[in-house]
Design a binder for this molecule. Structure first.
Ligand SMILES: Cc1cc2nc3c(=O)[nH]c(=O)nc-3n(C[C@H](O)[C@H](O)[C@H](O)COP(=O)(O)OP(=O)(O)OC[C@H]3O[C@@H](n4cnc5c(N)ncnc54)[C@H](O)[C@@H]3O)c2cc1C
Length: 405
């Protein structure tokens, strides 16, 4: 039976709940709004399946293979509207469309009707892709989604499952065997914020607007992809649009105040992933492929399997997606979240403990660090130095590695 000694040891994938043969596990939100397994010990038959499917217990931290095999692409959707309404270059939409047009189904994350929570759903038509498009910056509720994937696979349907790396590994352990008709697509993940904080934030904005939310998109590109903004639209037609560095929720997210405890010690940070493809923002593209940087959104796609490569090639061949191969080592410099967990701020727990007591502006005032001019200069210098050093360290490692082989 799963026994959680530390919250850091549960990524909330729900593989344990969904695999329990006697349904004695339920995912229950804690005081921070994150779901954790709760076990009815009276019903439990101690079969141990929950432990066998847990991706954290069974994580293989040494599984990262060489950098040498990694293939990476700069990629973008040629449909400008799709690209602009996606977080990065709109590659997910192209992959999903291909699977759906060939009669398959696609699993991904959508908001609930009130936009206060997010959950995994299944889509079986191209017109539904919009529900999955765009990043939702909160952890999704998986409910019985892994069981639905299994059912579809058994019926021989082609399935594309998208999610965070821990969700991919949770599903893989849940299924316990490989399926030829399943594509796994994960993302480079900064960490997933508290659903409770997100819901509180939506309510806060609704109280200011005086109406309920009818749409939200945290990666609006009005001021560019790199200066992305949170857009919220309310039922009285009021709109809220603020860049990530000023929006209070994004400040809390990007300063790592509200991530799931497991995200600070993520076991799935590695270059060689369990997925077929990893999608990400191509941060740092100005260093690697400056000629492609038009600030409308560029994806980084890292290929982990032959079937992933074929799927990507198909959407390239049908003309929907443009690809330019890039050096996977160079790419890591601008995307540290591929390999490293976000750092847990000292005041993270204090912030979360005050979630119920303080209002959103009070939380921001007490915990969000505002950058002074000196901070900004320091940050730029640090960033430039880090890039140069990272590049040198990676180059050195590669040289040593090649000498050893
Ligand atoms: C919580 C989170 C953190 C991220 N952190 C980084 C990062 O540090 N660096 C980086 O380069 N990229 C990060 N990304 C990925 C990036 O924002 C894009 O999602 C990715 O590049 C795909 O973009 P796209 O334009 O191809 O498709 P889009 O249409 O923008 O992406 C949609 C895809 O994202 C999935 N998705 C949306 N919300 C969630 C969620 N809450 N949980 C799981 N899957 C979700 C959908 O199911 C769908 O597969 C993060 C995404 C999320 C959701």
């Amino acid at each position: 039976m799963i026994q959680l000694e530390r919250k850091e040891d549960c990524c909330g994938c729900s593989a344990c709940e969904q695999s329990c043969p006697v349904s004695c596990i339920r995912m229950i939100p804690d005081e921070e709004g994150f779901l954790y397994p709760e076990i009815d010990k009276n019903t439990c038959i101690c079969c141990g399946l929950c432990e066998r499917v847990c991706p954290v217990i069974n994580s293989d931290v040494n599984s990262d293979e060489s950098y040498d095999n990694a293939i990476a692409f700069a990629a973008w959707n040629i449909d400008e509207n799709l690209r602009l309404s996606s977080s990065s270059g709109g590659i997910f939409s192209a992959l999903a469309e291909k699977i759906l047009k060939e009669g398959g189904i696609v699993f991904g994350v959508t908001y609930a009707d009130d936009f206060k929570s997010a959950r995994h759903i299944v889509c079986d038509s191209v017109t539904d892709i919009g529900k999955l498009r765009g990043s939702k910056y909160l952890q999704s509720d998986k409910q019985d989604i892994f069981s639905l994937v299994k059912e579809a696979l058994k019926q021989g349907q082609t399935v594309l499952f998208s999610g965070t790396p821990c969700e991919i590994e949770g599903l893989k352990h849940f299924l316990q065997k490989p399926y030829d008709n399943l594509f796994y697509v994960d993302i480079i993940c900064h960490g997933t914020p508290s659903p409770k904080l997100w819901a509180k934030y939506v309510s806060f904005r609704e109280s200011l607007a005086g109406a309920r939310t009818v749409n939200t998109f945290p990666r609006h590109k009005k001021y560019g992809w790199k200066r992305y903004s949170t857009l919220m639209v309310f039922s009285n037609k009021v709109e809220y649009l603020e860049t990530f560095d000023k929006d209070l929720f994004m400040q809390m997210f990007l300063q790592d105040l509200c991530l799931r405890p497991a995200c600070y010690e993520c076991k799935f940070k590695k270059l060689k992933r369990e997925s077929d493809l990893t999608l990400a923002d191509f941060w740092g593209c100005d260093q690697v492929v400056p000629e492609l940087d038009d600030d409308k959104g560029l994806s980084l796609v890292i290929v982990h399997s032959e079937r992933g490569r074929r799927l990507l090639q198909d959407v390239n061949r049908n003309g929907q997606v443009k690809l330019v191969e890039v050096d996977a080592q160079q790419v890591l410099v601008g995307n540290p979240c591929m390999l490293y967990s976000s750092k847990r701020p000292e005041r993270r727990d204090e912030f979360m403990n005050n979630l119920d007591r303080l209002k959103i502006p009070e939380l921001a005032k007490a915990y969000v660090r505002q950058l002074t001019l000196v901070d900004k200069v320091k940050r730029i210098v640090k960033c430039v130095a880090k890039r140069i050093l990272n590049k040198q360290v990676i180059d050195q490692l590669m040289k040593i590695r090649h000498r050893l082989i």
